[in-house]
Each structure stands twice: as structure tokens, then as C-alpha cells.
Design a binder for this molecule. Sequence first.
Ligand code: TXA
Ligand code: MG
Length: 326
Amino acid sequence: MQLPSNIDTRHLSAPAGLSEAARALAAGGLVAFPTETVYGLGADATSGEAVARIYAAKGRPSFNPLIAHVADLAAAEREGIFNAEARALALAFWPGPLTLVAPVAPTCTVSALARAGLGSIGLRVPAHPIALALLEAFGKPVAAPSANRSGRVSPTCADHVAEDLAGRVDVILDGGATQVGVESTIVACLPDGPRLLRPGGVTREAIEAVLGRALPREEGAGAVIAPGMLQSHYAPHCAVELEARKGHPDAAILDFHGQLAGEPCVARLDLSERGDLMEAAARLFDALRRLDESGAARILVAPVPMAGLGEAINDRLARAAAPRGL
Ligand code: TXA
Ligand code: MG
């Protein structure tokens, strides 16, 4: 696909730049904006033409459905049909890092292109004052994938967005570093029962507590069930090796809880010296970007526990380490 790379990108600070950003959306343009998880690359979800620009800017295969961001549950229920479980999850976790996949409602305004032609739609109310203010000012659903080039790690600050997308988007709305650091958890609430499509910012345990039952475990890291979730997805340029127990003079170390302190390396970053998984999630993508730039041939990653947010962190690390070109 031919990528436009000659747009004069406006860097605006939030909240001052909010109304200009909303005008850019209304004009069919692309606006990168902060959410509590990662930065999103937004366009008017109701316009197929505006949504097409997202795919072009990201270089993303067009079969990948996008999340429609809305201001509240009432707006979400115009787009998707919420069963009792979907409503319970929305009431418990919205605004927040949870995306619900529901059957498309007859009143749905989101373009078929944003849904990749599916009969279901991914919806989310983000917990970020700037994202919510933008959604309210614009007044329509905003389709937004993470604001990175396809295959790169997701952006957790405006500088990351500029690295990947300057010249390809109309506005980058700077709201500082994101709090959660990994993308939203995706739960499908379809007639065959709730399923976890992607681990993320809301833990499996928290969702199961609201549903009162265990979510079935999907095999294969969710690669087939969330369409377009390519296995090698969060790929830094250098090779990534997981479960490292020691360092190497040519390698960079992505550590957790000081497990590889004192080991030989080019550079070492610790996701959380005190072993806090929330802190580790918030730092993950920035650390991968920084170690990628360290000049090391590969990144050795210390083991991260699977509990709580560890499921999302390990999912992203497994994708970063997956064979390329899948
Ligand atoms: O935290 C997040 O979710 C961020 C921020 C910007 O909101 N967004 C994000 O979008 O991570 P993206 O496009 O990188 O990932 C969205 C995922 C894709 O893997 C897609 O397959 C899945 O959501 N998805 C969207 N609609 C779906 C549907 N109807 N059925 C199944 N999966 C869907
Ligand atoms: Mg993404």
C-alpha cells in the first residue's frame, strides 16, 4: 500500500489543542490522542474514507477490525447489542482499559470498514480525561488502533507516536505518558458466551469476579480469535529472547525485580525493581523501544510472573519474541 508521508503534522498540547483536534476529526483527518492504555490513532468511525486513512498511515492489513471509542455506555449501546454479561462488565470497568466485542446493533453508525465487515463490533470507553473530552467534543465514535506503524510496539507517549507517524497524521495531541501502558483487555460477549480475546489492562481475575465464572482459556495466544492479531505484532528491530537466566556482553537486558542485576550486558532496564506488575506494564513498551536503540544485537528478557497484569505483559513479550513475518 502507498503510504502518505507528506502531511504537515501539528503537535498540540492537551487540553488546549482539544477543539482543533475535534475539528480535524470532523474534517476526516487523523488525530493521535492519549488514552490510559496507549496512544490511539483516531478517525471518524462513521466515515469509511476517514477510516481508510488509518490503515494507510499504519500500513496495517485492512482485514484487522478497529476498536470504536465512545464517551459512555449509552453511546456504546447505540453501536452494539449488550447482553447482561456485557452490561455488567461495562458497568464494572468503564471508563477503563476494557474493550467489549458485541453483535452490531441495527442503529450502528460505525462504518463497515472499521469493523472489517464483521457482524460484531469492538467498543471501549477510555478512562482518560483528554480522550473523553475529545470524544465529547467530536460527538461521534472514534475508530482508533494503537498509534504505531503496523508491527511496531505500541506508543506510551507522544514522542513514540511522532517516531512512527510524523508526516502521516494531521494532529498529535500530547497528554504525557500513559498510565496503564498495555492495551485494553478484549472480551467477546457473543451468543456463545464470554471469551477473553486479548489479555490487557483489566486482569482476567477481575473480569471473572464480575462474571462469577471462569473465562475459558484460549490456546495459541489469541492469534486466531481476534482477527488480525498477528503473532509477531509487538516487534522491536532486534531479536528478543524470553525467560533469560543470565546476561551476555553483546545483549541488552530487560529485567524484572532485579533478577539479572550484575549480569554482563550492553544496557539493562528493570521493568520494576520492586517487582510491581502495574509499574512493569506502564514501562514495558518504552523499555523495549529504548533497548532496541541501545545497539545490542538482542534483548534478553527476565521471567515475569503470570499473575494479574503479568498475563498481558507476557502476551506482549511473547509477540515481541515471535518469529518475524507471520
Ligand atoms: O488499549 C487499546 O485497546 C488501544 C487504545 C488506543 O484504545 N487500542 C488498540 O487497538 O490496541 P488495536 O487496533 O491495536 O487492537 C485492537 C484489537 C485488534 O487485535 C482487533 O483484532 C480486535 O481489537 N478487535 C476489534 N474489533 C473486533 C471484533 N469485532 N472482533 C474481534 N476482535 C476485534
Ligand atoms: Mg496495536
